[in-house]
Design a protein around this ligand. Sequence first.
Ligand SMILES: NC(=O)c1ccc[n+]([C@@H]2O[C@H](COP(=O)([O-])OP(=O)(O)OC[C@H]3O[C@@H](n4cnc5c(N)ncnc54)[C@H](OP(=O)(O)O)[C@@H]3O)[C@@H](O)[C@H]2O)c1
Length: 282
Amino acid sequence: MTATYDDETFRDRFGPWAVIAGGSDGIGAAFAATLVRRGINLVLVARDEAKLSKTAALLREKYSCEVRCLSSDLTSPDIDEQIGSFTSDLDVGLLIYNAGSGRQMGSFLDHTSENWMRQVQLACNGPLALAHHFGRRLRDRGRGGIVLMSSLSSLVGSAYIATYSAAKAFDTTLGEGLWQELRPSGVDVVSCLAGATDTETFRDDTGGSPDAMDPKEVAEGTLDFLGSGPLYVPGAGNRAAAAALMSSTRIPLINGMSEINAKNFKLSYTQAKGLEFDEESA
Ligand SMILES: NC(=O)c1ccc[n+]([C@@H]2O[C@H](COP(=O)([O-])OP(=O)(O)OC[C@H]3O[C@@H](n4cnc5c(N)ncnc54)[C@H](OP(=O)(O)O)[C@@H]3O)[C@@H](O)[C@H]2O)c1
C-alpha cells in the first residue's frame, strides 16, 4: 500500500513529538521504532520502568531522537492529567493508544467483576480520556493524528473473551466516529483491527501461532494508512477474515469464535441456538 503522506508531510503533520500509551513492548515498541525512523521524538508510557528505559536506550542508540519515558498505569482514573502535565511543554502531533490486552481472559463468572472492570479501564476509559485530551490539543494546532489499537475480536462477541471483544468494539467505533468528527480540524483518526501478532502478550495468552504477524508490519502499515480512512486491518488474510465477519449472520459466527476460544483456554464449548436479527421480525 502506498503511504497516505510522504515523509516530510508525515513529520510536519504528526511530529515533532508522538505519545505512545503502552510503548515499551510488542506492537507499541514497533510503533516507537517506526516513528523514530521517520524523525519523530517520543514519549513512551508503560508501567515497568526498567523495560521502558531499555526500549528508550535502544532507540536513542540507533537513531538521533529524543525519547522521554513516563512510568504510569493507564488504568489510573487521572491518566489524562498525568500524561497531560508530563507533555505540557511538548508539541505533540500524534497519540497512539496501544496498550489494551488486559491479560484477563477465560471464564466470565469465575473471575471477579473487578478483573473485567480493569480491562474496560485499560481499553475504553484510557483511550477515551487521552483521545479527548490530545484531540483538543491537536484541534488547536490544526493538524495531527490519533491511532487506537483495536482487534479483529471487536467484530464479534465470543465466550471467554467477552469483555475483551466488547472493549475492543468500543475502540473500533470510537475511532470511526472520531475519524468523521475530527477531520474538519485536520486531525486523522484510525482504529487498527489487528489479528494475531507475535508479541510477548500474545504468546503468553495463547501459546503463540506460526501465522502471527510481525509487530513491525502492523505498525508500519497502520502509520502508512493513517489519513486514508477510519479502519485499518493489517495483513491480507486478516482483511479477508474481517470482510467475512462484517457480512456474516451472527449466531454461527459467535458459535465459531466461542469454539476457537474454548479450545485456546481449554474450556467447554456447547453450540448455542437462537433467532437471528431480522428487520422483518418483531
Ligand atoms: N498481539 C496480538 O495478537 C493482538 C491482536 C489484536 C489486537 N491487539 C491489540 O494490540 C495492542 C498491543 O498488543 P500487544 O500484544 O503488543 O500487548 P499489550 O500487552 O496490549 O501491550 C504491551 C504494552 O502496553 C503496556 N501496558 C500494558 N498494560 C498497561 C497498563 N495497565 N498501563 C500502562 N501500560 C501498560 C506494556 O508495558 P507494561 O506491561 O510495562 O505496562 C507494553 O508496553 C493491544 O491493544 C491489543 O489488544 C494485539
